[in-house]
Design a protein around this ligand. Structure first.
Ligand SMILES: [Zn+2]
Length: 434
């Protein structure tokens, strides 16, 4: 904290008991006395302990804690599902059902692990979405309340005051950038931890982009979503590294989820300093390379099974990849049909809340899915940072070229040093093999 080191932003926050305010570790304000500080892993935990976000360093706007995306346990899965909007959609009971535990157990587990229960975490997400909309759009405040998921304007006012210590109108007056939103399009700024290998990441996305669904250029990515359209672009960073996200949504209530999908698609919560240090020389050519995620886990799985050419053909015919219900009946490909059935009957969930081990096991049991496809789905749909498709000839080719391994078993052995970041190592090797 004394060195104002921004690398620790998002990993924890510092609450000051004398002011009831919490800050990023790098806050430029005067460093508080040690006896007046309390540390929390997540902003939501500081908020549920009665602290509000500092207006100067905006700790709630830092990229989310990377730790929880790495872990595969119950608390981490719950946090990822809540970030995706699970509580707003299905309530705490629905979230608990999805995780196959009781609501009480889930609450206890989250309190013990992160210091905030599911309801408090959902409230924090709502306030964070609302602030994003207040500051980056010209939406009337009553519409912001509705879009962020508040049941009433009164709840909205109370929620914003509790989280930020001022009413919604105060946040709008205090915003530093004019909102360039126009014609129903929302323009939002989504922060990430530098560095970010933008070009290499967009190349990876371009390599299997679906014509008619996605478009990739050297600094921009556009795709249709079930809820509308998203365009993500990477302006040269000014003082803070952030992607620009333009959203056109049919229903504004989807904004929180759409922002989260885009964070996942570009892996914006990752901690490149830690990952690159672990990968060593492999990361030197492309510092900050991320593992691209996906906008929809089932769609990604179908595309991975079919391969690029057949996916493109299919998408051109159907106007995109149809949903699981349709494909469980009409898919011509037996593997895709089996995959769709497993998703429809609830045997398989292809999102960040899935149990990674059980899900990859279930995927392996579907006839016709290659180990390479399972690893790709684990990396991109489940967000597993440590999947490794050792069977992929591109990996072996890149490994030979870099002189790190001559064959598959040597590569598997060598890759041990990249744990728990072998998904990131895979991206570096893929980028190398292009
Ligand atoms: Zn501060």
């Amino acid at each position: 904290m004394a060195s104002r080191d921004a690398r620790f932003d998002g990993r924890f926050v510092v609450a000051v008991t004398s002011t009831r305010v919490y800050c990023r570790p790098s806050c430029p304000s005067r460093t508080p006395k040690p006896e007046n500080t309390r540390f929390f892993g997540l902003p939501a935990a500081a908020e549920s302990a009665g602290f509000r976000a500092c207006r100067r360093c905006r700790p709630d706007a830092a990229p989310a804690s990377p730790e929880w995306n790495v872990r595969g346990d119950l608390a981490a899965r719950a946090l990822r599902l809540i970030a995706g909007g699970a509580v707003d959609k299905d309530g705490v009971a629905g979230l608990a059902r999805r995780l196959a535990v009781s609501g009480r157990h889930l609450h206890r587990q989250l309190m013990a692990e992160v210091g905030a229960g599911p309801q408090a975490l959902a409230l924090h997400r709502r306030a964070r979405t609302a602030r994003l909309l207040i500051e980056s759009s010209d939406l009337p405040l009553a519409d912001v309340a509705f879009a962020a998921g508040y049941a009433s304007v009164r709840q909205f006012n109370e929620g914003i005051r509790a989280a930020f210590g001022c009413p919604p109108g105060g946040l709008r007056r205090g915003r530093t950038t004019a909102a360039p939103s126009e014609g129903g399009e929302l323009v939002l700024h989504v922060p990430y931890r530098a560095p970010l290998a933008v070009g290499a990441l967009l190349d990876l996305l371009a390599a299997d982009a679906l014509p008619g669904v996605e478009e990739v250029t050297d600094r921009m990515y556009r795709r249709t979503l079930r809820a509308g359209e998203a365009v993500v672009s990477f302006p040269d960073p000014l003082d803070t590294p952030a992607a620009t996200l333009r959203l056109s949504l049919d229903d504004l209530r989807d904004v929180g989820t759409a922002v989260q999908r885009c964070r996942e698609l570009f892996d914006l919560d990752a901690d490149p300093a830690t990952i690159d240090a672990a990968l060593g020389s492999l990361a030197h050519a492309r510092p900050g390379l991320r593992v691209p995620g996906c906008a929809d886990g089932f769609e990604l799985a179908v595309r991975t099974v079919l391969g690029r050419a057949r996916s493109a053909e299919f998408a051109a015919r159907e106007g995109g990849i149809p949903d699981a219900e349709t494909l469980s009946i009409h898919a011509g490909d037996a593997t895709v049909r089996a995959l769709a059935r497993a998703v429809c009957d609830g045997a398989l969930s292809l999102d960040r809340g899935a149990d990674r081990e059980a899900t990859t096991e279930a995927l392996r049991a579907i006839p016709g899915i290659s180990p390479w496809a399972v690893a790709t789905i684990a990396m991109r749909a489940l967000g597993d940072p440590d999947a490794f498709p050792a069977d992929d000839p591109r990996l072996r080719r890149a490994a030979r070229r870099l002189g790190i391994a001559a064959d598959k078993s040597e590569l598997i052995g060598y890759a041990e040093r990249w744990r728990p970041w072998r998904s990131y190592a895979t991206m570096h090797l893929w980028a190398e093999s292009e």
